[in-house]
Design a protein around this ligand. Structure first.
Ligand code: FEO
Length: 171
Protein backbone atom coordinates (compact mmCIF):
# COMPACT_ATOMS: atom_id res chain seq x y z
CA UNK A 1 0.00 0.00 0.00
CA UNK A 2 1.33 3.39 -0.95
CA UNK A 3 2.18 5.92 1.79
CA UNK A 4 -0.21 8.82 2.31
CA UNK A 5 2.48 11.42 1.48
CA UNK A 6 2.89 9.87 -1.95
CA UNK A 7 -0.84 9.33 -2.40
CA UNK A 8 -1.40 13.05 -1.83
CA UNK A 9 1.48 14.04 -4.10
CA UNK A 10 0.28 11.73 -6.89
CA UNK A 11 -3.25 13.13 -6.59
CA UNK A 12 -1.79 16.62 -7.00
CA UNK A 13 0.06 15.41 -10.08
CA UNK A 14 -3.13 13.98 -11.61
CA UNK A 15 -4.64 17.44 -11.22
CA UNK A 16 -1.52 19.09 -12.70
CA UNK A 17 -1.67 16.81 -15.76
CA UNK A 18 -5.37 17.58 -16.35
CA UNK A 19 -4.55 21.27 -15.89
CA UNK A 20 -1.82 20.93 -18.54
CA UNK A 21 -4.34 19.29 -20.88
CA UNK A 22 -6.74 22.17 -20.29
CA UNK A 23 -4.00 24.75 -20.99
CA UNK A 24 -3.07 23.14 -24.31
CA UNK A 25 -6.68 22.74 -25.42
CA UNK A 26 -7.16 26.46 -24.73
CA UNK A 27 -4.07 27.21 -26.83
CA UNK A 28 -5.47 24.99 -29.58
CA UNK A 29 -8.66 27.05 -29.52
CA UNK A 30 -6.60 30.27 -29.75
CA UNK A 31 -4.82 28.97 -32.87
CA UNK A 32 -8.09 27.86 -34.46
CA UNK A 33 -9.48 31.35 -33.97
CA UNK A 34 -6.33 32.75 -35.61
CA UNK A 35 -6.74 30.44 -38.64
CA UNK A 36 -3.59 28.44 -37.82
CA UNK A 37 -4.93 24.89 -38.03
CA UNK A 38 -1.48 23.24 -37.97
CA UNK A 39 -0.53 24.85 -34.66
CA UNK A 40 -4.02 24.07 -33.38
CA UNK A 41 -3.43 20.42 -34.29
CA UNK A 42 -0.04 20.41 -32.52
CA UNK A 43 -1.66 21.73 -29.36
CA UNK A 44 -4.52 19.26 -29.61
CA UNK A 45 -2.00 16.40 -29.74
CA UNK A 46 -0.26 17.98 -26.75
CA UNK A 47 -3.63 17.98 -24.96
CA UNK A 48 -4.11 14.28 -25.74
CA UNK A 49 -0.64 13.50 -24.41
CA UNK A 50 -1.43 15.28 -21.15
CA UNK A 51 -4.67 13.33 -20.79
CA UNK A 52 -2.68 10.11 -21.23
CA UNK A 53 -0.25 11.28 -18.51
CA UNK A 54 -3.13 12.04 -16.14
CA UNK A 55 -4.69 8.64 -16.81
CA UNK A 56 -1.37 6.85 -16.30
CA UNK A 57 -0.99 8.50 -12.86
CA UNK A 58 -4.62 7.59 -12.12
CA UNK A 59 -3.98 3.93 -13.01
CA UNK A 60 -0.72 3.79 -11.09
CA UNK A 61 -2.24 5.19 -7.90
CA UNK A 62 -5.03 2.61 -8.14
CA UNK A 63 -2.56 -0.21 -8.84
CA UNK A 64 -0.76 0.74 -5.63
CA UNK A 65 -3.92 0.63 -3.54
CA UNK A 66 -4.19 4.41 -3.24
CA UNK A 67 -7.39 6.43 -3.49
CA UNK A 68 -7.69 8.83 -6.41
CA UNK A 69 -9.29 12.14 -5.45
CA UNK A 70 -10.10 14.41 -8.37
CA UNK A 71 -10.01 18.12 -7.53
CA UNK A 72 -11.12 21.23 -9.47
CA UNK A 73 -9.00 22.28 -12.42
CA UNK A 74 -7.63 25.81 -12.24
CA UNK A 75 -8.87 28.27 -14.85
CA UNK A 76 -6.59 28.73 -17.86
CA UNK A 77 -5.55 31.65 -20.07
CA UNK A 78 -7.74 32.21 -23.14
CA UNK A 79 -6.06 35.07 -25.02
CA UNK A 80 -2.40 35.44 -26.00
CA UNK A 81 -0.36 38.20 -27.60
CA UNK A 82 0.86 36.01 -30.48
CA UNK A 83 2.36 32.72 -31.48
CA UNK A 84 5.72 33.31 -29.75
CA UNK A 85 3.89 34.21 -26.55
CA UNK A 86 2.02 30.87 -26.68
CA UNK A 87 5.19 28.83 -27.04
CA UNK A 88 7.06 30.86 -24.41
CA UNK A 89 4.22 30.08 -22.00
CA UNK A 90 4.32 26.42 -23.08
CA UNK A 91 8.03 26.22 -22.31
CA UNK A 92 7.57 27.92 -18.92
CA UNK A 93 4.76 25.50 -18.14
CA UNK A 94 6.77 22.42 -19.07
CA UNK A 95 9.70 23.67 -16.96
CA UNK A 96 7.28 23.99 -14.04
CA UNK A 97 5.99 20.44 -14.66
CA UNK A 98 9.59 19.16 -14.69
CA UNK A 99 9.94 20.70 -11.23
CA UNK A 100 6.79 18.87 -10.05
CA UNK A 101 8.05 15.52 -11.37
CA UNK A 102 11.42 16.09 -9.72
CA UNK A 103 9.68 16.88 -6.43
CA UNK A 104 7.65 13.67 -6.71
CA UNK A 105 10.88 11.76 -7.31
CA UNK A 106 12.40 13.41 -4.21
CA UNK A 107 9.42 12.27 -2.09
CA UNK A 108 9.71 8.70 -3.49
CA UNK A 109 13.39 8.66 -2.53
CA UNK A 110 12.64 9.99 0.99
CA UNK A 111 9.95 7.31 1.41
CA UNK A 112 12.19 4.57 -0.11
CA UNK A 113 9.37 3.76 -2.53
CA UNK A 114 11.33 2.06 -5.29
CA UNK A 115 8.26 1.17 -7.36
CA UNK A 116 7.24 4.84 -7.59
CA UNK A 117 10.81 5.84 -8.43
CA UNK A 118 10.78 3.35 -11.29
CA UNK A 119 7.33 4.52 -12.43
CA UNK A 120 8.41 8.18 -12.39
CA UNK A 121 11.57 7.60 -14.42
CA UNK A 122 9.50 7.55 -17.64
CA UNK A 123 8.16 11.01 -16.78
CA UNK A 124 11.63 12.33 -15.95
CA UNK A 125 12.79 11.30 -19.44
CA UNK A 126 9.58 12.58 -21.05
CA UNK A 127 10.11 16.05 -19.56
CA UNK A 128 13.58 16.28 -21.17
CA UNK A 129 11.95 15.54 -24.53
CA UNK A 130 9.01 17.91 -23.94
CA UNK A 131 11.28 20.84 -23.10
CA UNK A 132 13.62 20.13 -26.03
CA UNK A 133 10.71 19.96 -28.51
CA UNK A 134 9.22 23.25 -27.37
CA UNK A 135 12.64 24.96 -27.33
CA UNK A 136 13.15 23.83 -30.94
CA UNK A 137 9.78 25.26 -32.00
CA UNK A 138 10.55 28.53 -30.20
CA UNK A 139 13.95 28.82 -31.91
CA UNK A 140 12.35 28.24 -35.32
CA UNK A 141 9.65 30.82 -34.59
CA UNK A 142 12.26 33.37 -33.58
CA UNK A 143 14.20 32.71 -36.82
CA UNK A 144 11.13 33.53 -38.91
CA UNK A 145 10.18 36.32 -36.45
CA UNK A 146 6.82 34.61 -35.94
CA UNK A 147 5.40 35.80 -39.26
CA UNK A 148 5.21 35.65 -43.06
CA UNK A 149 5.73 32.68 -45.37
CA UNK A 150 7.82 30.85 -42.76
CA UNK A 151 4.90 30.91 -40.34
CA UNK A 152 2.62 29.25 -42.89
CA UNK A 153 5.26 26.65 -43.76
CA UNK A 154 5.64 25.81 -40.08
CA UNK A 155 1.87 25.63 -39.77
CA UNK A 156 1.81 22.94 -42.47
CA UNK A 157 4.54 20.99 -40.65
CA UNK A 158 2.66 21.21 -37.36
CA UNK A 159 -0.35 19.69 -39.11
CA UNK A 160 1.47 16.38 -39.46
CA UNK A 161 1.81 15.69 -35.73
CA UNK A 162 -0.29 12.72 -34.63
CA UNK A 163 -1.06 11.41 -31.19
CA UNK A 164 0.54 8.11 -30.29
CA UNK A 165 -0.65 6.76 -26.94
CA UNK A 166 2.50 6.06 -24.90
CA UNK A 167 0.51 3.70 -22.65
CA UNK A 168 -1.72 1.75 -25.08
CA UNK A 169 -2.42 -1.09 -22.63
CA UNK A 170 -3.81 1.39 -20.10
CA UNK A 171 -6.14 3.15 -22.58
FE1 FEO B 1 2.53 15.84 -18.69
FE2 FEO B 1 3.73 18.04 -20.61
O1 FEO B 1 3.94 16.89 -19.18
Amino acid sequence: MIKITLENALNEQINAEFHSAYIYLSMSSYFLSAGLSGYANWMRVQYQEELSHATRFFDYLNERGGRVKLSPIEEVQVEFSGIVDVFEKTLEHEQMVTGLINKLMDISIQESDHATKSFLQWFVDEQVEEEANVEQILNNLKLIKGEGQGLLMMDREMQSRVFVNPFPAKG
